[in-house]
Design a protein around this ligand. Structure first.
Ligand SMILES: *Cc1c(COP(=O)(O)O)cnc(C)c1O
Length: 364
């Protein structure tokens, strides 16, 4: 952890985003935030107290994230989207003991969950995941009824829910999403009285037909899903400090490979963040940071733990001044959304990568 890098996480932005989501899905639909990968890099330590009282459960990727929620004292619904695999028998047992809802997507997964339930002497709760067209995890639609039947025949495994995941819900053309929805809906009559869920952020906001009993929302909760007429607020701002300032005459170069040449006599600042901290190397020569509210271009290659920025036009900038690496204003050039576009990736990857070396602070 680098104490000089801070991610300020805004509790009021998260509360605001939850209120927008609740308004969109209505009172009858449960809101299950997806908090995998340490809340997409925003930090479970700071967000858990904000979220716990406002949501109807949590969805996590891995068993260790699920069990960590229990260690925090959370007693409600926790859905584990992946399973404990292979020889992790103690983890499989603990999931049953701690009443974590596990995902079943094959008869092999069912067999190992059942074995854990037997060892522990308790009932395992499971949701069935159906592959309606994403082509990733999930039982094929044609085999779902058989797997549902197989679960119903077991006394120590209880099927409490069924779900699917969309491949393309964020695209303007919703035709593949409607196809997935149609395939998913076709097996629901065989499913009985279960918690049915399908929607991620995009579907929760744009496709009411996909709400069913619960939505699984990540991106919108953290504030990165732009939707016409709804102002989701990014909840994270990342800051560092200028650790050195120097003058480089016209024609000088800086950084690995010396690819960048200063076209004028320049003042250059060194910022102690780099790709090792999750700041993408391919933002070299493209992105800006902000100092005293003004843009400072990133020049030369981003290194593992530092980068150089041009502060010639910010004469007041000096060592120790705050550098806004990521702005929480979605319109800023250094917002998560704009950096993702520059880096040729998605907001998820920007925030996940920034998570690990940084000190998370809860603000407002
Ligand atoms: C990550 C994930 C989500 C959340 O998606 P967002 O686009 O962040 O809302 C929902 N469901 C599953 C299965 C996921 O893996």
């Amino acid at each position: 952890m680098k104490n000089y890098l801070t991610a300020s996480i805004s509790a009021s932005a998260v509360r605001h985003n939850i209120a927008l989501l609740r308004g969109r899905i209505g009172a009858g639909v449960k809101l299950c935030p997806v908090v995998k990968d340490d809340c997409y890099g925003h930090g479970m330590d700071v967000l858990y107290p904000v979220l716990a009282g406002l949501v109807d459960g949590f969805a996590v990727a891995s068993p260790h994230e699920a069990l960590a929620l229990r260690r925090r004292g959370y007693k409600g619904f926790v859905l584990c989207l992946l399973s404990a695999y292979f020889d992790e028998l103690d983890v499989q047992d603990e999931l049953v003991r701690q009443s974590i809802t596990q995902t079943v997507m094959s008869s092999t997964a069912l067999a190992s969950i059942r074995a854990a339930a037997e060892r522990v002497g308790a009932t395992a709760q499971v949701h069935l995941k159906v592959d309606s067209g994403m082509g990733r995890l999930g039982v094929p639609v044609g085999q779902a009824a058989g797997l549902i039947q197989a679960i119903h025949e077991l006394s120590d495994v209880e099927l409490t829910g069924i779900y699917t995941h969309f491949s393309s819900a964020e695209e303007a053309d919703k035709s593949t999403t409607f196809q997935q929805l149609e395939r998913f809906v076709s097996i629901l009559p065989k499913a009985g009285n279960l918690t049915v869920h399908a929607a991620n952020s995009a579907a929760a906001l744009e496709l009411p037909e996909s709400h069913f009993d619960m939505v699984r929302v990540g991106l919108a909760l953290y504030g990165y899903r732009p939707v016409e007429g709804l102002d989701f607020r990014p909840c994270m701002a990342v800051a560092a400090k200028l650790i050195a300032v120097k003058h480089l005459p016209k024609g000088s170069r800086s950084g690995y490979g010396l690819v960048y040449e200063y076209a004028r006599d320049s003042r250059v600042g060194i910022v102690p963040i780099g790709y090792g901290d999750g700041y993408f190397r391919n933002l070299s020569d493209r992105a800006v940071v902000r100092i005293h509210g003004k843009d400072a271009p990133v020049c030369g290659r981003v290194s593992m733990d530092q980068m150089t920025v041009d502060i010639t036009d910010i004469p007041e900038a000096k060592v120790g001044d705050e550098v806004e690496v990521i702005s929480s204003d979605p319109a800023a050039p250094n917002s998560v959304g704009n950096l993702a576009r520059l880096a040729g990736t998605v907001p998820y990857e920007i925030t996940c990568h920034l998570g690990h070396n940084i000190r998370h602070l809860l603000v407002d």
